[in-house]
Design a protein around this ligand. Structure first.
Ligand SMILES: [Zn+2]
Length: 428
């Protein structure tokens, strides 16, 4: 029996060697990979993964099932990366300085995996809940000295990426939208239009700036990340040469920056739903490589707090972001204690009310109080340098194993599709 298995294995290895040898162009191309889906939960680290697993009752999340390793995230010039440098590393295989959008300090544009996919005649798409010209989608699809040049980044997307779904209406003029339509895009601006869309090029801008936080979103008007991902897959999949799709859960990071644990959990939940769709697609289509990795940690959230009990279930009762609650209090003149009771089911004591009233950052202080009730504390309002979990599924995914560098993600994609990345002068 054992010998039988062995000889089958030897035959399979021989067959694979023959298949690899037969695949002419690009010695390293993986002929099994037709489609690549990269999903970035922005700001997501192992602490978010653990808290989320506990938030959904302790069972494995969809992400847990496909964990392959951890990625180092530092940028060229800082131990703590920003989103632009991290996404540039994941997209180009090169470390760049913080703030740069797939460009070296001396102005050299670095080829991205999305551009490599275009060279390979694949269809391309980007689905985000930030503006489409934000750091992560920007670094996968365009080039700029700085992430703040959002108008320049926005202009590079039209005509280049086939499916664009996210926020950022304010960054495009009526002329831009006309140009997009002349180039064959169907322009969309609400959920119904998205769900009904039946066209091979989509340009969907569902909010002026970033889309509404998942915890505050009106599900009837703005599409979810899952709905946008499903539509992108539906539109891109028929391309005979395959596709490259980037999906970003952009606002996990936003929640981390204001230490809003409930908002973070809701964003991860929305991201996980999109992951389920992508994973289902990859399972049904064996020629799809799915890679998921955060770009950095945001906030340094803890799992538990020695001074209080860990009651993450409380976060299910929070029905609004801290920002929305502060808005009801400060702008709409409602009573702070009543607002927090109504939207978070948290009874603030006098000390907590005073702490919020005297804070120079109302939103973060309120969020920290609610997080603390759930047993979560935060160490910063900024990013940290801890490694982030990497998840992968499909042909070639075994190349991402153990502790990798964020640049390895681009390298594995380039190798799989069969194109060369450029290396920056003097940059590893
Ligand atoms: Zn980020």
């Amino acid at each position: 029996m054992r010998r039988g298995f062995k000889s089958v294995n030897v035959m399979m290895v021989a067959l694979l060697v023959l298949m690899t040898a037969a695949c002419g162009d690009g010695a390293s191309k993986d002929s099994r990979v037709k489609n690549v889906i990269v999903m970035v939960p922005d700001g997501f680290s192992a602490a978010y993964a653990t808290n989320y697993r506990n938030y959904i009752g302790g069972q494995a999340s969809t992400l847990d099932e496909i964990l392959v390793g951890m990625a180092k995230t530092r940028s060229l010039d800082h131990f703590i990366t920003d989103s632009a440098a991290a996404a540039s590393a994941m997209a180009t295989g090169n470390k760049v300085q913080n703030g740069a959008i797939s460009m070296t300090a001396d102005g050299k544009a670095l080829k991205t995996v999305l551009e490599g996919a275009i060279e390979a005649n694949k269809a391309t798409g980007m689905v985000v809940t930030s503006t489409l010209s934000h750091a992560t989608p920007g670094a996968f699809s365009s080039h700029a000295n700085s992430r703040v040049q959002e108008l320049e980044i926005a202009a590079q997307l039209i005509g280049k990426v086939d499916v664009l779904l996210g926020g950022g209406k304010n960054l495009y003029s009526p002329e831009d939208k006309k140009r997009a339509e002349e180039l064959g895009y169907l322009y969309l601006e609400n959920r119904d239009q998205l769900l009904e869309a039946n066209h091979d090029k989509l340009f969907g801008l569902f909010a002026g700036e970033s889309m509404t936080p998942e915890i505050d979103r009106d599900a009837m008007t703005e599409p979810s990340l899952e709905e946008m991902t499903n539509k992108a897959l539906e539109v891109l999949a028929p391309n005979k040469n395959g596709f490259f799709l980037l999906v970003e859960g952009s606002q996990i990071d936003y929640a981390g920056h204001v230490n809003d644990a409930a908002w973070a959990m809701r964003e991860i939940e929305a991201f996980e739903r999109a992951v389920k769709s992508a994973l289902e697609f990859a399972k049904e289509n064996g020629d799809t490589l799915l890679i998921i990795a955060g770009d950095h940690d945001t906030g340094g959230m803890t799992v538990g707090n020695v001074d209080s009990s860990y009651s993450i279930d409380l976060l299910h009762h929070v029905k609004a972001s801290g920002a929305a609650m502060i808005d009801y209090w400060k702008r709409q003149g409602q009573d702070l204690k009543e607002v927090v009771h109504e939207y978070a089911q948290v009874e603030l004591n006098d000390d907590e009310i005073r702490a919020i009233e005297e804070s120079h950052y109302y939103e973060a202080t309120l969020n920290q109080i609610i997080s603390d009730r759930a047993g979560i504390i935060w160490i910063t309002l900024y990013h940290t340098g801890v490694d982030v979990p990497v998840y992968a599924y499909g042909p070639g995914s075994s190349k991402l194993f153990g502790v990798i560098d964020n640049t390895d993600i681009a390298k594995v994609i380039a190798q799989s599709i069969g194109f060369d990345l450029e290396s920056a002068e003097g940059v590893e």
